[in-house]
Design a protein around this ligand. Sequence first.
Ligand code: SF4
Length: 688
Amino acid sequence: MNTTCPYCGVGCGVSVRDDGSVAGDVSHPANLGRLCVKGAALGETLNASGRLLWAQVDGARAPLETALESAAARLRAIIDQHGPDAVAIYASGQLLTEDYYVANKLMKGYIGAANIDTNSRLCMASAVVGYKRAFGADAVPCCYEDFAAADLVVLVGSNAAWTHPVAYQRLVQAKQQRPALRVVVIDPRRTASADLADRYLPLRPGSDGALFSGLLHWLAQHDGIDSSMLPHLNGVAETLEAAQPWTLARVAAVCELEEAALADFYRLFTRCERVLTLWCMGVNQSATGSDTNNAILNVHLLSGKLGRAGCGPFSLTGQPNAMGGREVGGLANQLAAHMGFSDAECDRLQRFWRSPTVARRPGLTAVALFEAVARGEVKAVWILGTNPAVSMPEGNRVAQALAACPLVIVSDVMAHTDTTAFADILLPALGWGEKNGTVTNSERRLSRQRAFVPPPGEAKPDWWLLAQVAQRLGFGDAFGWTHPAQIFREHAALSGFENHGQRAFDISGLAQLSDAQWDRLQPVQWPVNARFPDGCARLFGDRHFYHSDGKARLLPCAAPAATPVSAALPLLMNSGRIRDQWHTMTRTGAVARLMQHIDEPFIALHPATAQRWGLASGDLARVQSAHGWMAARVRLDSGMRLNELFAPMHWNRQFALQSSVDALVAARGCPHSGQPAFKQTAVRLAPL
Ligand code: SF4
């Protein structure tokens, strides 16, 4: 039986054998049979202990029916007394598209507020802003096959070797087969991904926007503009003018790079016909995350390096279904099927849903949502499949807000997380291997997650739990699905409803699938419609974009933000993933062999930095920010820049009482996307 891995956005196909062991699905285009160590250990995560098997109300086990009635009654009371804006949903890139669709429909179309956001806000919101501003659509142009066709692959702010291992292995293989393929890695931290690099640029954290603005200026100065692109672009003159100050010397100074190395990269980018730029959290989780995305998109648009094999800007999504969430409107600042909040779009959505109301303005994004909970403005929050009490910036404040919130509903697979501790109503949800639905990976490829083990206890699909509460709220037939394929068909039909080619996301070609056809659905890249009945590997080859005039836009980008260090907090902390763990370890932390890689929280720092702070390898250190402190073991790493440190994001209070890195991170970030700047936290160190 074939399904899809529930971890990262590579979206690998997984074949499950009768004995529950797993192997890579050789027929899946995303991984062609490969799995990384996390994916290969999936079989060991089935039957995990600590599952949430039964509903709870106010801390006591309750029949599921009672919990659903209670959830609906308490939500209804809050809506009636305080209005729809007093309610919020906080969802997860771990949810299946069908779950996400129902959550979004309930919140925006029936409760009538847009307060539904997701942990994808922490992951890819800056990329969404970048794509929409440049292309007029949240549309990733590339596919994994481009790795093998590129002349140059640029990896920016991504340790793909650890965070997207199977995609990285495709890159390794491409370079082995074609040594002429050049790889440039741009990252403040010399990670495992730099092992493949022909050139490694250890730039100052947060300065990558300047590096790409400098590249834009270089392209204009060195015959790097594709003149055939100019009729398809707006904003060229003002963007080039804004980039003029970014001379080689200035970029080198701001990025703290050698001029010669920078010029070498710029020459390579200009000269190579087929350039693929891959990026991830290092770009997105920044105070200038959205603008840096646009700085990357600018250079690909102006040089015409997109829409062809081996070419284009390609953001790697962190989570298995961050893309699916984006498609159904799982972000507070967009509606379903990639629609915005114009009157025409709101009216269209309301016509399709035949709903009593539809939210007409954006809702609260993740950080603002929990701040509104803390202020008492949001009085009910339903958290699905995520752990914000530990994964949100200033997580301790989020925990305090949840403790004071009048109604916290949590649906989860695990009974005891940092967040379930605050639940008034706990609803048991199905996990991987138990639930049925679809996900979309980084390359726009829809795949099926299939159930192959029976549901444990009273656990139910998230879409079912949401629909049951919706029915009890009085929203009846609109939530009357009995099978996830029905939800998928509705979602697919909405993507084509009154679309007429105005929106890139269109899977209307899948709207007529029977239940059996949906069950057998093979991986396919959207759009899937009359024009692309078998899907579409690359977008924008025809130079048609999704702004109303059909053109793409270049955008002047902000200068890098000042590094937030001070005399009191003089070090810069970067946070991220390690190879063998996922998110807050609720699943991977239960697998002994995954814990063998790295089994405790650590900070990595340059030996000279450690010495300056009186620390040696193996010491326990206290890391203090303006918002909290954590304890971690010191690891020396000469690949770190001086006065900087790296800390993994995974450990939560279940595993290490005082090692939650996100408690240290400020709840601030990119003003355009609302994505927190997890990569740049000012801290100081002391021996513990
Ligand atoms: Fe799963 Fe990502 Fe590993 Fe593939 S690369 S097996 S999707 S964790």
